[in-house]
Write a protein that binds this ligand. Structure first.
Ligand code: DHB
Ligand code: MG
Length: 242
């Protein structure tokens, strides 16, 4: 069974594979067992998000935990997420990192309301702030708070929103980051459709644009990692700020 901590994905992803799902299930059972302190709150957040009609596209637990551990390894004080959805990734980041504040941008009022419930239930609402609106409109306010010292520079950024804006988000956020900050862009490989220049899907075009532009940008060092698991075959772009 494909499972996300016991919840089966409804599965609208490009490619699925029993072995990939089984490896996630086996490894998660061992490295993130139900006795782990944030296990139940994460499961509750997924259940509540599903019950309230949110799309079943939260970041996979393995990937979200990897992000949380990256924040821990870098000692990140301030993380930014584009695309809150139900707050699942934010809960991972905040529960693994007690000293971390998370800013999360969301355009959908219903998603924000459900995420707020989930954050409160998870006990991290005091450290995760959701800002409602189109990210490119909301970013200048965050930029001025960082410039004034009211908020620390960003040490970690996760871009997982409207894919056509991948590059715009990466381009704008670099100035808000500390040197060595790590930026990830989700859903880049897209079942391999990334390599098809004729693909008309604007999400694929958004993935190609950010890969091509990141490589030309001397503010970051970038790599794309392919990734398989219970959510199929996808991958992310990682950019490290110089
Ligand atoms: C979709 C969006 C995502 O961010 C993701 O990780 C998977 C799927 C989507 O819009 O279908
Ligand atoms: Mg995604």
């Amino acid at each position: 069974m494909s499972s996300i901590q016991g919840l089966a994905f409804t599965g609208k992803f490009h490619v699925q594979n029993k072995t990939w799902s089984a490896v996630d299930a086996y490894t998660q059972e061992h490295v993130h067992p139900p006795t782990t302190s944030n296990y139940q709150v994460l499961l509750d957040a997924l259940r509540n998000s599903r019950d309230k009609g949110l799309p079943d596209i939260a970041t996979a637990p393995t990937v979200a935990k990897m992000y949380a551990l990256q924040c821990k390894a870098r000692g990140v004080k301030h993380a930014l997420e584009f695309g809150t959805l139900g707050g699942y990734t934010s809960i991972w980041l905040a529960t693994v990192n007690p000293g971390l504040q998370v800013t999360s941008l969301e355009i959908n009022e219903h998603h924000k309301a459900v995420a707020q419930e989930n954050l409160e239930k998870a006990g991290v609402a005091d450290r995760v702030t959701i800002r409602l609106g189109p990210a490119l409109d909301v970013l200048p306010q965050l930029a001025s708070e960082i410039a004034s010292g009211a908020k620390p520079k960003l040490g970690f950024v996760y871009i997982d929103a409207d894919k056509q804006n991948n590059w715009n988000y990466l381009d704008r956020v670099i100035a808000l980051c500390e040197p060595g900050a790590v930026i990830y862009v989700d859903n880049i490989v897209r079942g391999g459709t990334l390599v098809d220049p004729e693909n008309q899907d604007e999400r694929t075009q958004g993935a190609r644009r950010v890969v091509e532009n990141a490589g030309k940008d001397d503010r970051v060092d970038s790599v794309v990692m392919q990734f398989v698991g219970e959510k199929g075959y996808d991958g992310m772009l990682m950019a490290v700020v110089r």
